[in-house]
Design a protein around this ligand. Structure first.
Ligand code: ATP
Ligand code: ZN
Length: 286
């Protein structure tokens, strides 16, 4: 039997579902039984190891897993020198300094000499050092937001995505210091057989990631405006243009980047486009 590539994924938490999602979109099937620790894919030489996210960098470093999906925050905090092979773009969040509402905050300098509770002392320390601030850290692994109110800390530094948790706890976010998203890391010593499997996997992952950034757009347009429309949509290659039967209108099909989609949409409407149809793309290669 051939070798398998082993991937470490968070067993339960904010990364789990989306990590498995991306693998699934790569056409890889597995049972996804939440009770098991280890599992094999049916149709691809991939083996899953479901663990706590904090353990993922260590497992990849020691070779227990060949690759892993983990938050960049967790990875940077661990300070293990591993290769980051992809930014997967999900689980976006930021590490921010937050203080009680009554705290009159103006800059990081206000933290001088204070006690800051965080699960990320290494990342925080690096930022404070860069800003010439000396503070002490209270290393807590959870419920960071209660520490100012039980006399344990003066400020906190914690992960934020919307800020609701902070507000509910009488805190205000005053300084985002670090951005994170899910990344894929790899052991630097995987053998050539596993490396070949990884390359196959990455090819699929890239097409899944890329597809997310684009929309497939179809619309009808008076033929005379086709050059102007092609200018607007730009895109990968020239759009496909089909003549509509018995009329001077054409049907146009093209791919548009998500981040410029709305501006393209408005310009097309101004140009007289009708029946604009937008669909998501499942997979996409160059
Ligand atoms: P575990 O039990 O595996 O140790 P955990 O409680 O440490 O889990 P989660 O809360 O599931 O971790 O978060 C995992 C990762 O998801 C974080 O390290 C971060 O990268 C990302 N994350 C955390 N909070 C958010 C958020 N509010 N929005 C989006 N992503 C987040
Ligand atoms: Zn964790």
């Amino acid at each position: 039997m051939g070798k398998k590539l082993r991937i470490a994924i968070q067993s339960k938490g904010r990364l789990s579902e989306k990590s498995l999602d991306i693998i699934e979109k790569c056409g890889i099937d597995f049972a996804n039984d939440p009770r098991v620790l280890k599992e094999e894919a049916y149709n691809f030489p991939l083996e899953f190891l479901f663990v706590r996210d904090d353990d993922i960098p260590g497992y990849v470093d020691s070779g227990i897993a060949d690759i892993g999906i983990v938050g960049r925050n967790e990875f940077d905090e661990k300070q293990i020198p591993l290769k980051v092979i992809r930014d997967l773009g999900f689980a976006k969040c930021r590490l921010s300094v937050a203080v009680p509402n009554s705290f009159n905050y103006t800059s990081l300098k206000d933290l001088e000499g204070l006690r800051i509770a965080t699960s990320y002392p290494n990342i925080l320390d690096k930022v404070l050092k860069e800003n010439g601030v000396k503070a002490s850290y209270v290393n807590v692994s959870g419920s960071v937001e209660v520490t100012p109110f039980i006399g344990v800390a003066d400020a906190i530094c914690d992960l934020v995505s919307t800020g609701t948790t902070l507000k509910m706890n009488g805190l205000k976010e005053v300084e985002p210091i670090y951005n994170s998203s899910a990344i894929m890391i790899m052991n630097s010593e995987i053998d050539s057989e596993r490396k070949a499997i990884l390359d196959r996997l990455l090819l699929r992952i890239d097409s899944v990631i890329k597809a997310k950034d684009y929309k497939y757009v179809m619309f009808n347009l008076p033929e005379e405006h086709i050059r102007a429309a092609a200018q607007i949509v730009g895109g990968m290659k020239s759009p496909t243009v089909t003549k509509l039967f018995d009329s001077d209108w054409v049907s146009v099909q093209t791919v548009v980047a998500e981040d410029i989609f709305w501006s393209v949409f408005e310009q097309l409407k101004d140009l007289g486009a009708e029946g604009i149809l937008v669909t998501s793309i499942e997979k996409m290669t160059e």
